[in-house]
Design a protein around this ligand. Sequence first.
Ligand SMILES: *Cc1c(COP(=O)(O)O)cnc(C)c1O
Length: 364
Amino acid sequence: MIEKQASKITVTKTFFPPIEEYQEQIKRIWINQWLTNRGDLVKELEDKILTYSTGVNIIAMTNGTLPIQIAVKVFGNGGEIITTPFSYVATTSSIVWENCTPVFVDIHPEYLTIDETKIEAAITPKTTAILATHVYGNPCHVDAIEKIATKHHLKVIYDAAHCFGVKYKNNSIFDYGDVSTCSFHATKIFHCGEGGAIFCKDNELFNKLFYHHNFGHNGPLSFHGIGINAKMSELQAAMGLAVLPHIEFIISERKKVVDYYNHNLNFNKLSKLKIRKGTDWNFSYYPLIFNNEEKLLKVEKVLNDSNIEPRRYFYPSLNNLPYVQYQDMPVAEKISKTVLCLPLYVGLDENQLSKITNAINETL
Ligand SMILES: *Cc1c(COP(=O)(O)O)cnc(C)c1O
């Protein structure tokens, strides 16, 4: 019997809501005859995210990178920004884009977030802010970082791109830091195709962030100061409003996949992410850490040969980017070389999962 060719299993697959639900949102746009500049759908999406997730101020934006750039613009002042080498490139590139200097601090070997015990040694008179990533949705040590920031009068920006739905000590993770940002990109757990948001508690800061995201406008005829265009469009919000009602389902389906991996992989020769205590996690990624890069490459090849495509992120460690001053980051470099994110999305079935875990266990 000829076996039907198995379809590819990729590291992630975008969640598509039922098309009728999306069309209903799109219809509203036609009725309103309004496509952008903060229409009804963007405002409704913001309100719903606040209700679902956090009590602080929110501005929906066109992607998850502009909020980081705007926060760096506001707090960076051309100085040094302490940051993590283990994140997506947008964290570091936003610092350099705003003419600030990234100063890397190595990561914790199990939590994979910035090692808060090494932050103070990296502070200089030029330091203006800390920009840390809650990598894979795992919170940084936010309490320790807040203490350090207060003591040294630094601002804290959290790249919370992976964190939709994450709670820490029963608060939304977006409530921490002077500013938090999130991405609603198609590969993220909640998405608008492209999209993002910035979160902040302080009302005065909120006003500043708001005008920065809309060309600096103070009404149609005057300006507060410089700005950029980071506005989310109604078309993006339509997708967000169609996806959001499914978020609990998305998270619970992903939990099933994570539970399967946790129960069926042989952890004698592998390690997994350690989630910080007090966290309600969102099951956004499944990073697997190998003992060395050779083992990772071997497993990756076996999986690729069966049409399974895990992803090596985050690689390379960001201290190796060609436009930053290299600083030795032994933990982040070791982790970058040995971490592989396994397929994780709604709809992965047990057949596919057992294929993945068997291949990994047998290869090791
Ligand atoms: C996805 C991501 C971003 C960028 O978000 P976009 O919406 O793609 O611009 C920033 N930081 C991290 C850690 C990310 O994973």
